[in-house]
Write a protein that binds this ligand. Structure first.
Ligand SMILES: Cc1ncc(COP(=O)(O)O)c(C=O)c1O
Length: 414
């Protein structure tokens, strides 16, 4: 059996462990992750480079559970941290500062101060202003700080508009009109060391063309800088590789890396990648219980489950599709359901218009491919507690985050 989620008879298992057993012990809603899938997905990207010099910096924003971060560290990954708090998670997961790239469009002065003091591998700066703020701190601390400049190549990633980041109208990176003079002047700023040029044109990208164009673009810029005598050390191509949520075809890790290397190889520069979703999404499911079933219209019913936009925001936020299936199937004729969460918003729909075996109160359902941007985006709206998280590894499972309690929430308040 391939690693991850599959059926034995009627029961959905994660690497040999019945999801129903986990739900019975831990309760619902619960995220369940397969360590084997995380390993597989990481290694698929890593090994596709062959001997070409590279470093994978797993994007913690996708899923920053300590146990997942530790697992990736064990595989040789570095991290991309998008806040000082993700940097702290990385540190507690055992990553050295030299394994952390610090990204993000709005790093506060306090966050920059921390990253400079820590000596991260690079601060991926997003604007001329941020570069100046880093320089001020570096000058005060008398440090030379490694920086990568994130370029905005004005490339359409053709992903959902909310997760496309490479167009000029998007808030990310430095536009090309501004970038060239800024980059060319960097060798006259001794407290800044330009180590890389960076690009990230979006997430859930399912066509290789925008990724290829973005790579070609930064290679061009890096080559120009090297000709000017600026010792660029590597190219950071961000993340973005999509996964198949609906069973449709997406590029393989090998096709992805081959496409990037076709553009980068001529420069000879090492590559940094920041994959998040492609590693974590297929490694997780969200298990929830049916609370209620009630009529909707002539052809469908509502199945109200105990997880919704508070546990998995993606459907409400991006109209994202996740496959939903009963944890234990039966052979009865399927019925049509609107699978909805318990939250007080009409947008709290986990799955629209789904044909599923008949569901009854108390049944368990699994929402697939929820390992990335699932738990990481969960909230306490309606005072709902953050869900528990479980990691299955080598046929054993353990709780890697207990369910939040109302006491945990109220402990912050006076
Ligand atoms: C700068 C940067 N790098 C990496 C990622 C990870 O992207 P993905 O999860 O699509 O691989 C993101 C997320 O959007 C990002 O903003």
């Amino acid at each position: 059996m391939p690693p991850g989620f599959g059926r034995r008879d009627h029961d959905l298992l994660c690497d040999g462990v019945a999801l129903a057993d986990i739900a019975a012990a831990v309760g619902t809603p619960v995220y369940v992750y397969s360590a084997a899938v995380v390993r597989d997905r990481y290694r698929a990207i890593d090994s596709s480079f062959g001997g070409y010099p590279h470093a994978l910096h797993y994007a913690l924003k996708a899923n920053s559970a300590l146990a997942i971060a530790r697992l990736l560290r064990g595989l040789g990954s570095g991290v991309d941290a998008n806040s000082v708090w993700e940097i702290e998670v990385a540190r507690r997961a055992g990553f050295d500062a030299s394994q952390i790239v610090f990204t993000g469009v709005g790093k506060s002065p306090a966050e920059l101060e921390c990253a400079v003091a820590l000596g991260v591998k690079a601060i991926n700066v997003e604007s001329a202003g941020e570069l100046a703020r880093v320089e001020t701190i570096a000058t005060r601390l008398d440090r030379q700080v490694p920086v990568a400049v994130r370029l905005n190549p004005d490339i359409d990633a053709k992903s959902h508009p909310h997760i496309s980041t490479g167009l000029k109208i998007n808030k990310f990176g430095v536009s090309m009109d501004e970038a060239l003079p800024l980059l060319h002047a960097l060798d006259r700023r001794p407290h800044l060391k330009l180590v890389a040029v960076h690009v990230h044109v979006g997430s859930q990208i399912t066509s290789l063309e925008p990724l290829r164009r973005a790579a070609a673009f930064v290679v061009g810029v890096a080559t120009d800088l090297r000709l000017r005598g600026m010792p660029i050390e590597y190219i950071d191509l961000g993340g973005g590789l999509g996964v198949s949520y609906d069973g449709g075809a997406v590029p393989t890790a090998e096709q992805y890396v081959t496409t990037l290397l076709d553009e980068v190889r001529r420069s000879g520069l090492p590559v940094v990648l920041e994959p998040g979703r492609a590693i974590a999404a297929p490694a997780g499911v969200l298990v929830a219980r049916v609370i209620d079933v009630k009529p909707r219209d002539a052809s469908s019913e509502f199945a109200v489950i105990d997880a919704g936009m508070t546990e998995l925001l993606r459907p409400a936020l991006y109209n994202a599709f996740h496959q939903i299936e009963p944890v234990t199937t039966n052979d009865a004729a399927p019925r049509r359901y609107e699978v909805v969460g318990p939250v007080c918003e009409s947008s709290d729909v986990v799955g629209r218009d789904r044909l599923l075996p008949p569901l009854a109160e108390g049944d368990l359902v699994a929402v697939r491919d929820a390992g990335a941007y699932g738990s990481a985006m969960a909230s306490n709206y309606n005072r709902r507690p953050l869900p528990a998280e479980v990691l299955v590894d080598d046929r054993q499972w353990r709780v890697i985050r207990r369910r939040q309690t109302i006491e945990d929430q109220l402990a912050l308040e006076t």
